[in-house]
Design a protein around this ligand. Structure first.
Ligand SMILES: [Zn+2]
Length: 624
């Protein structure tokens, strides 16, 4: 009896876990995808899709779960609703996989040539918006199903988008036909489609960034107002310089055309970016055009996302690339994908005048300081942090210095900085990371074909530039539980990380960005607006005194809390060596604590090591 039950359960499981391994085989016909994005009031996307049937029988349709820009299963199944599948007039019942809500099985009767599908996507009404009365950001993976069993690069899609009247759109997809508020795009593979989001809006400005019309590069600006779009001409010239310089660095140019999709908005998502091969998404605030400080602070973001077109989209880690969007991605080489991209952003921004050399050094000081104050390294290696992409995105990591969320960015910068300096040391200053960039991202990369690489390929390329035990170099650093080698690159470059009681210009901008004060390397607190504690340094002075995240500072001694007063109190305590008395509210209770911290304010900056060769300046200033 038990055996029979088990057999029945297994049979049920086989049906429930319907899937089809993706294969590199041709797909006959093309998916027709029609998205109606006109309902900006309810923020609903209405989708009609026709999928050609390849053969009758069981067919599995997948809603994408993994997204390439986040390298993560960041897409949610819940927003998909109203799914109806028909063959002509006949409705076909679908069954959702009981363990995988992204997979729908349909039994397709003989003679049926195509499935007609309709559904809606209901994006979250809290958090970042995708559609408002003034702007639309459409990631295609949120509005399309695809058949399981094929490499998505083999599935052609003809997509059509209807957007709110009065909007204009931009995307790297090529237009077949456009009317008032509807555009039909030329057929693209499903892989290319999901790598080519559409931005549309009421306030739009387009600026050409290259004088080479054979490969147009366009800056498409979408703002809350027309005023938000008025970027200073000098800034646009720096973007033009970037567009000319980055292909020189990588010795290749793979795109047919390139579209920067930039939102300048306080209504939509702000402060982030997302990479694609022929376009990039950059989201800044509505005040960006008028704020030189924000332009300087966000400079790395702009460069980072453009550089990703090479490092990330055209060349991809072998274990990160997947044949479809429902196969798990693995991030073991994100310390190159993200870390080296950010390293190049740090190097490019002073080259392009987007930052001064001093601002670039100060920005590196922030990364160096952040990574130097990572108690979490004791339990979690840099290599382990690359797995964060699988389970951390979209989730809060409150104790960032202990949880080490996505440290492959900033620690990756420190690592590649050291590789650059080591290459210079090993070759009597004849070679550097520029030679790696040219060798790794150059030969054979002038097409859009994605090529993948492994850890061995990285070591092999470096070895050709400077023979060295590169695996023996990387492995201990990737798996370290100490910071013995963390700042080697700074040292080899002629600099040391120091702390003073004066913030750098970059640090001031960092605080403006977070809207509060960052005392993480002194009192062990980051305070956001109105005294709200945003983060607490793990086992730092404030932590030990009993202050936690979410508390709100009320007073310092007998005076009502202000950011300036707290900074003054920290300075005074360093002189008179009296504890700092803080009163705060947490969980509805008001408490006072005394903190024995006498180390004054501490802000990171880089200082030249006396007598050392200043290789860092060579890295940041020698024109590419
Ligand atoms: Zn990135």
């Amino acid at each position: 009896m038990q055996k029979l039950i088990l057999a029945l359960l297994l049979a049920a499981a086989c049906i429930a876990h319907a899937s089809a391994t993706p294969r590199d085989i041709p797909f006959h016909g093309a998916i027709q995808l029609k998205v109606d994005a006109t309902d900006s009031v309810h923020k609903i996307f209405r989708v009609r899709e026709t999928i050609p049937v390849q053969k009758p029988g069981t067919m599995v349709l997948l809603y994408p779960q993994w997204e390439t820009g986040s390298h993560s299963p960041t897409q949610e199944a819940a927003p998909l609703a109203g799914l109806i599948i028909k063959a002509g007039a006949r409705r076909l019942e679908w069954r959702r996989d009981t363990a995988n809500p992204f997979a729908f099985t349909v039994d397709v009767p003989a003679g049926v040539r195509e499935l007609e599908i309709e559904f809606q996507v209901l994006p979250s009404l809290s958090g970042p918006k995708q559609i408002s009365s003034g702007m639309l950001m459409l990631p295609w993976q949120k509005v399309a199903l695809y058949p399981a069993g094929w490499f998505i690069r083999n599935i052609p899609v003809r997509a059509q988008l209807t957007y709110p009247e009065g909007f204009q759109f931009a995307t790297s997809l090529e237009t077949a036909e456009a009317s008032a508020n509807r555009v039909t795009f030329k057929a693209a593979s499903f892989e290319d489609l999901v790598d080519a989001p559409v931005y549309a809006g009421r306030h739009v400005k387009r600026i050409e960034l290259t004088s080479a019309p054979a490969i147009p590069v366009r800056l498409n600006l979408f703002g809350d107002t027309d005023d938000a779009l008025q970027l200073p001409a000098e800034l646009v010239d720096k973007f033009r310089a970037m567009v000319a310089t980055v292909p020189r660095l990588f010795k290749s140019q793979h795109y047919r055309h390139f579209d920067f999709l930039m939102s300048l908005s306080d209504v939509m998502l702000s402060g982030g970016g997302l990479e694609h091969q022929e376009s990039t998404e950059i989201n800044v605030s509505a005040g960006y055009a008028r704020d030189p400080g924000e332009q300087m602070f966000m400079a790395n973001l702009v460069a980072h996302e453009f550089i990703h077109s090479w490092n990330g989209r055209t060349r991809q880690p072998a274990d990160l690339w997947t044949p479809d969007l429902n196969t798990p991605m693995r991030g073991s080489l994100l310390w190159l994908y993200e870390g080296q991209t950010e390293f190049w952003a740090h190097v490019m921004t002073p080259q392009l005048g987007l930052r001064t050399t001093q601002q670039a050094l100060d920005a590196l000081a922030v990364d160096a300081s952040l990574m130097s104050n990572r108690p979490g390294r004791r339990w979690k290696s840099l290599q382990d942090s690359t797995v964060d992409a699988v389970y951390m995105p979209g989730k809060a990591a409150y104790w960032r210095d202990w949880q080490r969320r996505e440290d492959y960015y900033a620690e990756g910068v420190m690592l590649w900085l050291d590789v650059d300096m080591l290459l210079r040391e090993l070759t009597a200053d004849k070679k550097s990371m520029r030679d790696f960039a040219a060798a790794f991202f150059g030969p054979g990369q002038n097409t859009r074909t994605i090529s993948t690489y492994t850890f061995a390929d990285i070591c092999k390329t470096l070895n050709k530039i400077a023979p060295y035990d590169w695996a023996g170099y990387f492995n201990p650093r990737l798996n370290a539980h100490d910071d013995v080698h963390l700042l080697d690159g700074l040292k080899r470059g002629g600099y040391q990380l120091v702390y003073t009681d004066q913030p750098t210009e970059f640090f001031v901008q960092h605080e403006a960005d977070l809207g509060g004060i960052d005392l993480s390397t002194s009192l062990g607190l980051v305070v956001a607006k109105k005294g709200a504690i945003k983060s607490v340094t793990w086992e730092g002075p404030a932590f030990r005194a009993g202050i936690s995240i979410g508390a709100r500072l009320v007073s310092i001694g007998r005076q009502a809390y202000t950011d300036d007063l707290l900074k003054q109190a920290i300075k005074a305590a360093a002189v008179d060596r009296q504890p700092i008395e803080l009163t705060f509210e947490a969980d509805g209770v008001t408490r006072s604590v005394k903190i024995d911290y006498f180390g004054s304010l501490r802000y990171p900056r880089l200082e030249p090591i006396p007598g050392a060769v200043d290789r860092m300046r060579q890295l940041l200033t020698r024109p590419i």
